[in-house]
Every structure is written in C-alpha cells, then in structure tokens.
Design a protein around this ligand. Structure first.
Ligand code: ADP
Ligand code: GLC
Length: 474
C-alpha cells in the first residue's frame, strides 16, 4: 500500500512542537510494517539545507494564484523516509519559522502558503499528478494540510483521505474573501463545506471532506465531541464520530533512550539507574541550582501557551520551594508567560531556574536530571513530554486530560489530578513529595514508568488498519 503523508514540520528538519516528532517517526514506522509511506513537506530553507540529495522530479502547475512550483525528491536524513519537497521560494524561503517571522508574528500570507501545500498534495493523489508514484491514501495533518481533502474532493477524489488532528486549538481561520484566491469554488462556502462561523477554516475543511478522521489519543477523540474541548467543531465531530478514531502517539525510542542519549552526562537504564544521579547533579550545575542530591527536582518543558497551564505551576511554586524542592523550566512562547517564569526564577536563586528559548539538548538533560516532571496542561491531545519523562525516570504529574490521562497511571507510574486548578495540582504535588520521601517506593514507581512501552509500532498498525478500511470502503 502506498500513502502520502503531508505535514508542515518534521524532525530532524524543522520543528515547533509535537507534530514534528510524529512526522519524524510515524512514516518510518509505517514503512517498517510494509507501507510505502512518503512525506510531502514545504521547501523551507531549513529543509532545503538539511536534505542533501534533493533533485527536481516534476513541475507542479495549477496551484492557487496560478502558481507553478518545483517538486523535489530526496530522503529524510535519519529515518531514510522518501521525501517530496514543494519548492516555492516566494512562499517558503524567508527568515523565521514555518508559521511566524523572526518577531513571532504569523506570516501574513499563511493562507496561501498552506493552500499551496494542500493543493500540491491533492494533485499528487489525483490522476493529474506528474509523478509515476501515486498514493492510494492521502494522510493530512492539522490545519496546514486541511484543505487537501477539499481540493481532492473537488478534483473528483481519486483516493481516500485521512485527516489527523494534533491540536484542535489551531484551526487555520481566514476571511471568507480569500476563497477565490485559494481556488475554492464559491459553493463550498457553506456549513456543509469549508465555512466556519462566517469565516473559512482549513481545519474544518479537512474534518468535513476527509474520509477518515483521527486524533492522537483515545481520550481526546472523546473529549472533542463535546464542549469545551471541541472548540466549536464538536457538532461536526459528533456527527462524524463513526469515522473518528483516537490513536495514541508513540515516541522515538532511539532518540529518547537514556542508555544511549548523547546529550546526557551519564547513561542509565531501568536495570542500571545510577547514572541518573550524575545527570541530576550535572543539571543542577548547568542551571545554577544548589547541588543537593536529595532535593526533589521538578522539570518542565513546554511551549509557553495558555494550553500548557504554566500559570498553575507558578501558583504552586512558592509552596514547592518552601518544601525544599527545586524547579527547572524550559520553553518559549507568549511573552507574558515568559516574563512570569523568569520573575519566579529570579526570586529563588539556587532553587529555581529557567531557560527561555528552544534547546533540544537541554530538553534531554532536563528529562534525565529531574526526579519529577510537571505537565498540568488544560488540554493535551496526546503530549509527548510525559512519555519521555516516564522513559527517563522523571515521574510525571499530569492533569487528567487527553493523552495525559491515557499514558500516566495514578500512583503507579505518576500522579494524575482531576481539575486544572492550582489546588488540584498542589494536592498531586503533595502526594508526589510524600512518595518521594520513601526511597523504596519511589524507585518502584520510577521503574514502573521506565518499563512502559510507547513504541511507534503499535500506532503504525492502527493507522495501517484505517488506511485499509478507507480503501475498502471506496
Ligand atoms: P506540543 O506539540 O503541544 O508542543 P508535545 O508534548 O506533543 O506538545 O511536544 C512538544 C515537543 O516539543 C517535545 O518534543 C518537547 O520536548 C519539545 N519542546 C517544546 N518546547 C521546547 C523547548 N523550548 N526546547 C526544546 N524542546 C522543546
Ligand atoms: C500537538 C498537541 C500534542 C501532541 C502533538 C503531536 O501539538 O498539542 O498534545 O502530542 O500535537 O501529536
């Protein structure tokens, strides 16, 4: 079976969040179980620089605004996944990240940039494709490729499409007068189409036109059929619930393995855990914390947005410090949250520290050096950091939502709290500190977490089964 996986970010090429981790691993896992999965990505400068074997294979015409782009083919550096790169310099070759400029402002022409990606995907899945290789399934991810199922449909839908929601909070909403510019027929601006509360939504288009819908955990698949986590899409999702499946993400077990992680100061494993102590001391030193072996060290790594609940952490920070704990935070995002985190760290020199920015190596060292990991997200479609934490023996404290609920077991592998409030979080922190004080019980908990299996193989089989079903239904 042949599948085209369309995404706007993928490690090790370009990353802003978990979508990149998934795109970096899932296509490879699908290939391992016999699916010829190839990936389509925009030709950002980072991608053009990192993929060394790119060669032009076709010219794509008929893109929005009458645009023409080169299609390049190459191989993803680590996984060896075959890549198609949409080389459209006017759309993608500019400073900044995939969605924002250097000042953190959305690129003003994002609608057009990702309509290009979506239309290119639809063309490659249709008889109009200039390539000999033709997918049997088109797999789209998040709003950036949400228009692809719509375009494919308008072109006569040669193959079934699958839409994976990684985060319903990002809906790709643009003014309705863009319809023409994006080559969308006027009649599709309808409740039964791409219209969403008077605007155009790329995500809504995908949810409406795709044959199959998936999201990244079973709990989130349920939650999004209702308010508030349906975020306006709950009606559509509930009517399509027989087409909606939650498949839990895996983690890249080679990339996130404390016994072979090159970013760490010492290696360790479930059987030989002693290296973790060295990692903790090294992290305390690196972050300017007092080098105390027995101080419970809490780690946190997150995009600094309202979703991630950092304000809850800040509300319990005084209490944590008063109990002799230490706190290390890594992240970047909303300026107000960044400031509040920085202020908190300044109040407690030697006990709290933060790094505002993006730092992959440090993220590995925080997982390895922390005793506990905080993830109080208000909602979390899947979440990867709690799974990395389990693997690294940093016992997670999580809010019972989405993938957090599906991966952490209260009192067994971590601590789960019911309400996204400072009080509920604090009660979980107290449970955790009590357990931490009992060295034997603590070791057992760390071991239980480290023994959990979150490999991609299982998830890949889930997607493969859906591909088959979607094909058969045709
Ligand atoms: P989301 O995709 O919502 O951001 P996930 O938990 O699924 O949440 O994935 C986040 C990914 O991004 C993880 O791999 C995490 O380690 C990484 N990450 C987030 N912020 C940073 C940062 N500031 N520095 C390094 N890695 C980060
Ligand atoms: C999104 C979600 C996160 C999920 C990731 C990968 O960014 O916020 O929960 O793990 O996508 O699917």
């Amino acid at each position: 079976m042949r599948a085209l996986f369309v995404t706007s970010e993928a490690v090790p090429l370009i990353k802003t969040g978990g979508l990149a981790d998934v795109s970096g691993a899932l296509p490879g896992a699908l290939r391992e179980i016999g699916i010829d999965c190839r990936m389509l990505l925009p030709g950002y400068p980072q991608v053009l620089a990192a993929v060394t074997d790119l060669t032009p294979v076709a010219e794509l015409t008929g893109l929005p605004r009458g645009f023409t782009a080169q299609l390049l083919q190459g191989t993803s550096p680590k996984s060896g996944t075959p890549l198609y790169v949409l080389d459209a310099p006017a759309a993608y070759q500019r400073p900044g990240g995939p969605y924002q400029d250097l000042h953190g402002q959305d690129h003003p022409d994002n609608a057009w940039r990702f309509a290009l990606l979506s239309k290119a995907a639809a063309i490659l899945a249709s008889p109009a494709s200039p390539l000999e290789w033709r997918p049997e399934v088109l797999h789209c991810n998040d709003w950036q490729s949400g228009l692809a199922p719509a375009y494919l449909n308008f072109m006569g839908a040669a193959v079934p499409s699958l839409m994976t929601v990684h985060n319903l909070a990002y809906q790709g909403i643009f003014p309705p007068d863009m319809l023409h510019d994006l080559d969308l027929p006027a009649w599709c601006f309808d409740v039964e189409g791409v219209e969403y509360y008077g605007n155009l939504s790329f995500l809504k288009a995908g949810l409406f036109y795709a044959d199959r819908l998936t999201t990244v955990s079973p709990s989130y698949a349920q939650e999004i059929q209702h308010e508030p986590l349906g975020m306006g899409m709950q009606g559509l999702l509930a009517t399509r619930k027989d087409r909606l499946t939650g498949i839990l993400n895996g983690i890249d077990a080679a990339e996130w393995n404390p016994s072979s992680d090159l970013f760490l100061n010492a290696e360790y494993s479930q059987r030989a855990p002693s290296g973790k102590k060295k990692c903790k001391r090294a992290l305390q030193k690196e972050m300017g914390l007092t080098e105390k072996a027995d101080a419970p060290l809490f780690g946190l790594i997150a995009r600094m947005t309202h979703q991630k609940g950092l304000d809850l952490v800040l509300s319990v920070a005084d209490g944590l410090i008063a109990r002799g704990a230490q706190l290390v935070m890594l992240g970047t995002g909303d300026k107000a949250i960044e400031h509040a985190v920085r202020d908190m760290a300044l109040r407690y020199p030697g006990q709290a520290a933060c790094f505002i920015g993006y730092d992959e190596a440090l993220s590995h060292r925080i997982e390895a050096g922390s005793d506990l990991f905080l993830m109080p997200s208000r909602f979390e479609p899947c979440g990867l950091n709690q799974m990395y934490s389990l693997r690294y023996g940093a016992v997670p404290i999580v809010h019972a939502t989405g993938g957090l609920r599906d991966t952490v077991r209260e009192g067994v592998t971590g601590f789960v709290f019911a309400e996204p409030t400072a009080h509920s979080l604090w009660l979980a922190v107290e449970r955790a500190l009590t357990r931490y004080a009992d060295a034997t019980a603590w070791k057992a908990m760390m071991r239980a977490g480290m023994a959990e299996d979150f490999s991609w193989e299982h998830s890949a089989k889930g997607y493969a089964a859906l591909y088959r079903e979607a094909l058969e239904r045709r």
